[in-house]
Design a protein. Structure first.
Length: 487
């Protein structure tokens, strides 16, 4: 069964056929670009949803035999970064202060993504490292008539003089397919986000490719005088530089469809005359009280704060139990339900592992489970636009079978291996025995020994100590199972 992806561009599910042919190793290459963060504040749950979503897409494509190259940009020059930087040491240069802000929050981003078990992208290009590439593309757009310059403080100019300062705008009416991604109508929409309505523009919907320098802002030399690039141009330039054009998959949150992704398409295709990206994927919003979570609404939750109450893999599981295109309602109740559900999966797996290794005189009956049929069900769910909700239903089915096996004194090692395999595809960490600290293992073994000799007072004391350390303690006929969910 082929993988099908819901393509925002066409508005329907399409069979996934990579742009490029197979390489020397026989694997089909997949080039994938996902819009990254603007590091000016702590990473929130909305970011977590996007990057967990595309981490699973990447993992599943690799599981299916594709060779994925994954690029995620870093917007390291932006109004919000500049505003935060201006509050820092007044003796430092603005570029240095902006770099300090970026470094602080980018480091924090990588930290929380690591805790969520989101694998690193192959490349994290920064906007400030590609100013020259952006200038070159903007020059092409001006030369082709898709962009125009406006002298700062003066009238529109058709050319650009190095001794003067100019803004450069993309003329949306010059690009016939503008709004083909968002399906909007030019006459009905408002001016693009992040761009104030400017009477100097030929159309209120034209967006900035280059912004003339303002006092106290970082600036780079250009044919239009000192300034900095607009927000949209960086992704058009950097994705094509590292992945070619067209590339296979462009991803991001639904809030990026317009104006950001729409403008990316316009710039890239106007400059090259070639399609930009083949498949466009967008994850749904995280809602708080039926309202989209966002920093602008001040209703966002930083992942670091959530991790103080819920372990990262519970948060990851919470994000995956809903199809990526559907909205998620975030609440403490929802996270508690996710924690309980994940505990069910891991308690079954841990019990089964102990059951398999248990050396007792009772003879266990080896049974054969059709693991290929279970794997096919999992793959069918994931092939259908990466439906992690349905894929997790298969994981729960396996957990149920494991519990039956333990109860009936049956076993099939392939069932355990399959469960570990599928959880790995979803990026849900499966801790091994060696992941438990030695002191915890000793306490658990002492607890089992106390129960065996019916020293329940000591057993209760050891259980309380393990619970205080953050472990969920479950007593089974096979021994004590420690869940790391609470760690």
């Amino acid at each position: 069964m082929p993988i099908k992806i819901f393509n925002t561009l066409s508005g329907q599910k399409e069979e996934f056929i990579p742009v490029n042919p197979a390489g020397p190793d026989g694997r089909l290459p997949v080039n994938m670009y996902v819009c990254g963060i603007t590091p000016y504040d702590e990473t929130h749950l909305g970011h977590g949803r996007a990057y967990v979503t595309f981490d699973v897409v990447r993992r599943y494509l690799e599981y299916s035999g594709y060779k994925v190259t994954y690029v995620q940009n870093v917007t390291d020059v932006d109004d919000k970064i500049i505003n935060k930087a201006q509050s820092l040491d007044p003796k430092s240069q603005i570029k240095e202060k902006c770099a300090a802000v970026v470094e602080q929050y980018l480091s924090s981003y990588f930290e929380v993504m690591n805790e969520l078990n989101v694998r690193r992208a192959d490349k994290y290009p920064k906007a400030t490292e590609h100013i020259g590439d952006m200038i070159a593309t903007i020059k092409v757009l001006v030369e082709k008539g898709f962009a125009y310059t406006v002298e700062v403080g003066g009238a529109a100019a058709e050319g650009a003089a190095a001794e003067k300062s100019y803004d450069v705008y993309f003329a949306v009416t010059k690009f016939p397919n503008y709004l083909k991604l968002s399906k909007r109508k030019l006459d009905d929409m408002e001016a693009g986000a992040r761009v104030k309505v400017d009477e100097r523009k030929k159309s209120p919907h034209d967006f900035a490719l280059w912004k003339a320098a303002k006092p106290g802002e970082p600036a780079w030399d250009s044919p239009w005088g000192p300034g900095r690039p607009g927000w949209h141009i960086e992704c058009s330039v950097m994705s094509a530089k590292y992945l070619g054009q067209p590339f296979d998959i462009h991803g991001g949150g639904r809030d990026l469809i317009f104006p950001h992704h729409e403008n990316e398409i316009a710039q890239a295709e106007a400059a090259t005359g070639k399609p930009f990206a083949k498949y466009w994927m967008h994850n749904g919003f995280v809602n708080i009280n039926q309202q989209k979570m966002s920093k602008s609404l001040e209703n966002f939750f930083a992942l670091k704060d959530i991790f103080r109450s819920y372990p990262p893999r519970v948060v990851r599981f919470f994000l995956l139990k809903t199809h990526y295109r559907s909205p998620i309602d975030f609440s403490d109740t929802q996270l508690k339900e996710a924690q309980a559900a994940l505990a069910t999966i891991f308690n079954a797996l841990d019990s089964y592992k102990k059951h398999l290794s248990e050396k007792v005189p009772v003879v266990k009956k080896k049974v054969k489970v059709d693991v290929n049929a279970l794997r096919k069900k999992f793959k069918a769910a994931m092939d259908d636009d990466f439906n992690t909700a349905e894929a997790l239903a298969v994981v729960f089915e396996i957990a149920h079978l494991m519990n039956i096996h333990v109860k009936n004194n049956e076993f099939d090692p392939a069932l355990k291996d399959l469960q570990v395999e599928l959880l790995e595809v979803l990026g849900i960490k499966v801790e091994q025995e060696q992941d438990l600290p030695d002191d915890v293992i000793k306490l658990r073994d002492d607890l089992d020994a106390a129960r065996m000799r019916k020293d329940y007072s000591t057993a209760d004391s050891l259980r309380a100590e393990l619970t205080k350390m953050g472990y969920v303690v479950k007593t089974t006929p096979q021994g004590t199972i420690l869940s790391l969910l609470a760690v």
